[in-house]
Design a protein around this ligand. Sequence first.
Ligand SMILES: N[C@@H](CCC(=O)N[C@@H](CS)C(=O)NCC(=O)O)C(=O)O
Length: 212
Amino acid sequence: MSQTLVYGDAISTYVRSVRLALEEKGVAHTLVAVDLVKGQHLEEAHLARHPWGKMPAFEHDGHSIYEAAAIMRYIDEVFPGPALMPATPVGRSRVNQVMGIVESYGYPASITHIFIPRVLVPALGGQTDEAEIEAAKPRAALFLKEIGRLLGEANYFGGATVSLADLHVLPVVTYLRATPEGLALLAAAPSIEAWLGRMNERSSVHAVMPPS
Ligand SMILES: N[C@@H](CCC(=O)N[C@@H](CS)C(=O)NCC(=O)O)C(=O)O
């Protein structure tokens, strides 16, 4: 039987997105622990899987991939279960656009420059750079505004059913919401708050992102 392996830390947003895709497809997988806080992603064993020193890395049937979006698209195409990409080119372009926004703008603003300095740095005994957070807030606000605009009146980013875009956005917005700055920004984004409520009812989310 072929093994499905995700290398990474359960707290990582991108590891979570990949595992959410596997859960939505109903695919059993093994999470091979790579401790983010201990810096194991920069050790030789992990650099052999991911030369850029990031997570996740993924293996299935002897095929190795890194880059969360590429892994998620592979999962959607290879495994049976509900389609996680829309059937139309317009729908797929919307999903791909939202995934690109997460990677290029949403993650850096929300995680790198707000969640990490506000939550992780002090938890590890460091000093929060308040100016870094202040500077990131307009970008995080624009992220929420744009994904809200792209969601429109739909229940999910790809339309009526959950898509890879929803699974890419969710861990990022969840961590953003765990900061006072994110909570305030989300108060001004009611459609994203409502979407979060829908997403948080899913069994995949309960499996991969237990409330902390
Ligand atoms: N472009 C990569 C980004 C992955 C990434 O940034 N992962 C974070 C964890 S969520 C990481 O490995 N951070 C470690 C570091 O930057 O040192 C992907 O999409 O997989």
